[in-house]
Structure formats: C-alpha cells, structure tokens
Design a protein around this ligand. Structure first.
Ligand code: HEC
Length: 132
C-alpha cells in the first residue's frame, strides 16, 4: 500500500472513532438530562401518593411532616433540571415558584391534610396542564 493511502486510511479510522466518541458522549449527556428531569417528578409523585394514603387512612403528623419535608427538598431539583425553561419561560418559572411556595406554606396537621394535599396537587397540575 502506498504511504499516502496508508496515511489516508489511518486518518479516516481516527476520524471515525473520534466521531463515534463525540456522538456517544452527546447521547449520554442527553440520557442523563432526561433522567434528571424525570427522577424528581417520580420521587415527588411517590410522596404525594403516600400523603394521599395517609389522608384516607391512619394519619401520623410526624410522617406527614417528613414527606412534606422531602417534597420541599425535591421540588428545587426542578430548578436545576429545567434551568433553561425557568430562565426563558416566565409562565413555567411562575408555576415552579408557586409549587415551592405551596410546599413552604404546607402544614403537617392531619385535620388539614385534605386541603394541603389539594393545594399541592393543584400546584403540580397547574404546570402539567401546559408543559407535561
Ligand atoms: C413547573 C412545572 C412542573 C411542576 C410544578 C411539576 N411538574 Fe411534574 N412534570 C413537568 C414536566 C415538564 C413533565 C414532563 C417531563 C418529560 O416528559 O420530559 C413532568 C412530568 C411528571 C411526571 C411523569 C414523569 C415521567 O417520567 O414521565 C410525574 C410523575 C410528575 N411530573 C409528577 C409531579 C408532581 C407530583 C408534582 C408536584 C408535587 C409535579 N410533577 C410538579 C413539570 C412540572
């Protein structure tokens, strides 16, 4: 094989491998971003479902407080996962802020759990109705 052809073949091979590596890195970044967008939603859904069960069954105020505390920690994860939307889309940012304000104002009293839950679910739905 002439030297020039050999150099061309090697250059093509390096180019192909490099291209595949870049594509793979981009695909991984996209998968990670998608997972990060979905994970806090599922975790919040889990705690909302448990609060629902508490509202229908035996309610323990300490458990309600623990789950509300988890929701207050999970909700800001939306802020990281959807940072671009929050910067560029005012309605999205307002719904995100509204969920956090609702959670911050939510009390753990069992007697008020139905009302608290309705407010939290409304805050979730207010965003989902347009963005989910
Ligand atoms: C500020 C907007 C916003 C708020 C508030 C919000 N979500 Fe979401 N949620 C989304 C978006 C956007 C999606 C769609 C994600 C996708 O499919 O990429 C979503 C999807 C979901 C999903 C489906 C996830 C999946 O993998 O398909 C669940 C479950 C969920 N949200 C639960 C909740 C719960 C529970 C709350 C309230 C405690 C909540 N969300 C509040 C924006 C929001």
């Amino acid at each position: 094989m002439p030297t020039r052809t050999l150099i061309a073949v090697v250059a093509l091979a390096i180019g192909a491998i490099g291209g595949a590596m870049v594509a793979n890195t981009a695909a991984n970044a996209w998968r990670l971003q998608r997972a990060h967008r979905h994970a806090p939603m599922h975790a919040m859904q889990h705690h909302v479902a448990r609060l629902d069960a508490a509202a229908r069954g035996a309610c323990d105020a300490a458990e309600v407080e623990a789950r509300l505390a988890r929701l207050r920690v999970l909700a800001p994860e939306i802020g990281y996962a959807y940072a671009a939307e929050i910067r560029s889309d005012r309605a999205f940012a307002e719904r995100y802020a509204a969920l956090r304000a609702t959670l911050d104002g939510a009390g753990a009293r069992c007697k008020a759990l139905d009302t608290t839950l309705a407010r939290v679910k409304d805050a979730c739905e207010a965003c989902h109705v347009d963005y989910r």
